[in-house]
Design a protein around this ligand. Sequence first.
Ligand SMILES: [Zn+2]
Ligand SMILES: [Zn+2]
Length: 419
Amino acid sequence: MLATVGEEIYKEWKEKRNNPKQVPLTVAYDMGWNKRSSGHRYDSVSGHGFILGGLTQKVLHHKCMSKQCTKCFAAKEIKETPIPHECPQNHEGSSKSMEVEGIFRIIQESFYDHRYQLAVIVSDDDSTMKSNLKHSFQQKIDNGLMSIGDWPTTEKGNKKSDNGRLPLSINEPKFLADFNHRVKVIGKCVYALASMAKRDSEVTKVMAERVKTNWGLMLKQIRHLDFKKNYEKIKNKVRAPIEHMFNNHDHCDHAWCLPLKARKENKNFEPVENNPYYEKKKNFKMYQQLCSAVERFQEDENVRECLHMFNTQINESLNMCVSRYVPKFKHFGGTMVLDSRVRCVIGVHNLGYANYYLALLDTLGCVKEIDVNNRLISNSILKIDHAKLNNKKGDRHPNINANGNMGAKLGPRDSCLKR
Ligand SMILES: [Zn+2]
Ligand SMILES: [Zn+2]
């Protein structure tokens, strides 16, 4: 019996060794633009996207996208063929579509060239990305993987458009929502109510900010939970941010709900003047408007996307680093300089400042002066010391509570206890 089991395991191991499968990974993806902009203006000529390992937080792959090439452009002007060169121009179409195109190329390159696949992608809520990184329905039907009758339909009963571009050999990735981005989107929906005329909506900007803050605090309380095992608890908690505003604290958590905390400690609680609690009967229209604004974020699928501990914070801080190497007031997208500078940022992030530059000098075969090593190391120590110096004594990270544990921020704008 044991021999047979051993034989099977050996066979399986041998098969795996001969046909190694791609390792499924969870990654965080975000794209940065190389032009200064604000809000929803997407007109940058170039951009760069990173994927970071969910656990290692190291850059696994990157893609620089550009719509221009200086050499190709110059040759076109004089109607000649350009001299052979490494061409940075790899994208046509809108700047917004760069983000999807970037991850689409990364997913293919990592699968075919690097033997890992992006099983879970943590990103901003981007519906185009989700629909593009799927298998085409038509292709699935042609290959006998789906019948025509199974073609997904919209709520109105029409056939869903076939936007999937992913080759059938690559598994479709799953998507998780970035915590901070999701809270921002919810804030936007409520702020939209606040910016309406007073006769249409009584929601104020202060209320919108309170809903946004409370939603973030509520998500922090449930993000570590298993969706299936704690289904009832989670469905109960997601109602808290709105119910809390209308003085119903049955769904709240005492870690962030001050009235509940006061009740637990047998203290009197009085709301501050600017942050009153409303009544459902009296402000029924406001309650209904708020409920319908956040309703879709309380749906199972949308809540499930937030239950994880990954985020795209490092991606965003790397984008900040890139903006130092690639200043936004200069245009680098026309040459390969953009890619080289982005690679410097990746090297410093993955290896550390001194290690990266020593390795670079070594690779280039540069003769190292005696003090290069010491200079680089002292530079990197200086950087660390600066960070320490800037952090004044006694200052804590805003998310670290008095006990020194990471936790919800207490006493936010929603402060209701008189101290
Ligand atoms: Zn070119
Ligand atoms: Zn409450």
